[in-house]
Design a protein around this ligand. Structure first.
Ligand SMILES: Nc1nc2c(c(=O)[nH]1)N[C@@H](CN(C=O)c1ccc(C(=O)N[C@@H](CCC(=O)O)C(=O)O)cc1)CN2
Ligand code: MG
Length: 287
């Protein structure tokens, strides 16, 4: 019997915990930690994620500040808004929803956010801290994955963790977090040879590649714990369906535990954003 790792239930638990700590923070400092979320354009999926972030921000007792900018926003207009949010002492966390429209530079925007307010953990200074083992603001999806793994496994030490995908948002940071948890880490990607063979030696498999149903039953060792970061829309029997990077139904005979899509990693990403906003506020107020 495989364990279904319930990301939604765990996310609810984290948000409740954050709400408790936010209350204590407010009583102590007479300040409400605030998260500013910036959405540029009309991407429907981004719109859903931003709405959910705002809902969770309010549930956590944090102050939510939303900036909706039109698709044709210029780079200098966006730079100007970020600069204003950086200087505003009542704002503790800043998040610019990705992807941005093609005419805007994501690296430039990420680097414009002051590292202390970078609740996404994407700024090179925060990436450097993560890689050198002094993490403060850790990217939300990898943080959520690690919380789920630690809940599921007594000890990660010495386990072979295979990460599929080398993105800055998920693959690279999670490989570093697994390394810090004393796993032996292999990061594989589209140019890797023998990818199936490498995956078959994994005790922990993290799939973050954006290829629907790519990981099949014969890629897995019995007893593996699978974290599926993929969120892919496919058309099945004429209906749109959300699936992960792992062939969920096909692999259940092999897995000791697995995250579903939806209801696995996704909700944890938003819960960890709440945790990061509180962490950012605590650091800014010197506690
Ligand atoms: N600035 C950022 N941009 C993006 C990030 C990020 O962490 N920071 N990550 C993703 C999108 N994302 C959060 O922003 C995100 C994606 C998915 C979910 C989620 O809860 N998914 C649900 C399914 C939702 C659906 O029905 O479509 C699930 O998996 O259960 C939350 C957050 C890229 N951009
Ligand atoms: Mg761009």
């Amino acid at each position: 019997m495989t364990v279904m790792i319930d990301g939604k239930a765990l996310a609810d638990e984290i948000v409740q915990h954050v709400a408790h700590d936010v209350l204590a923070f407010k009583l102590k400092h007479k300040v409400t930690p605030a998260l500013a979320v910036v959405l540029v354009g009309e991407d429907p999926a981004s719109g859903v994620y931003v709405r959910n972030k705002i809902k969770r921000t309010e549930q956590s007792g944090l102050q939510s500040i939303a900036h909706y900018l039109p698709e044709n926003t210029t780079q200098s207009e966006l730079d100007e808004l970020i600069d204003q949010l950086n200087r505003d002492e009542s704002v503790h966390g800043i998040l610019v929803q990705l992807p941005l429209p093609a005419h805007l530079s994501e690296p430039r925007v990420i680097e414009a956010i002051t590292p202390a307010k970078d609740v996404d953990g994407f700024h090179p200074e925060n990436v450097g801290k993560l890689v050198t083992g002094q993490p403060v603001l850790v990217p939300c999806t990898p943080l959520g994955c690690m919380i789920m793994l630690k809940r599921q496994m007594d000890d990660l030490s010495g386990k072979h963790a295979v990460v599929i995908g080398r993105s800055n948002i998920v693959g690279k940071p999670i490989a570093n977090l697994l390394l810090q948890a004393d796993c032996t880490v292999t990061l594989v990607h589209s140019r890797t040879q023998n990818i199936e063979e490498i995956c078959r030696s994994a005790d922990i498999l993290v799939a973050a590649v954006g290829q629907p149903l790519m990981v099949k039953e014969h890629w897995l060792k019995p007893g593996v714990v699978v974290i599926d970061v993929g969120i892919n829309q496919i058309s099945l029997d004429g209906k749109r369906k959300l699936v992960g990077d792992v062939d969920f139904n096909g692999v259940l005979s092999k897995t000791a535990a697995i995250t579903p899509v939806p209801g696995g990693v996704g909700p944890m990403t938003i819960a960890c954003l709440m945790q990061n906003t509180l962490t950012a506020a605590q650091h800014q107020l010197g506690c």
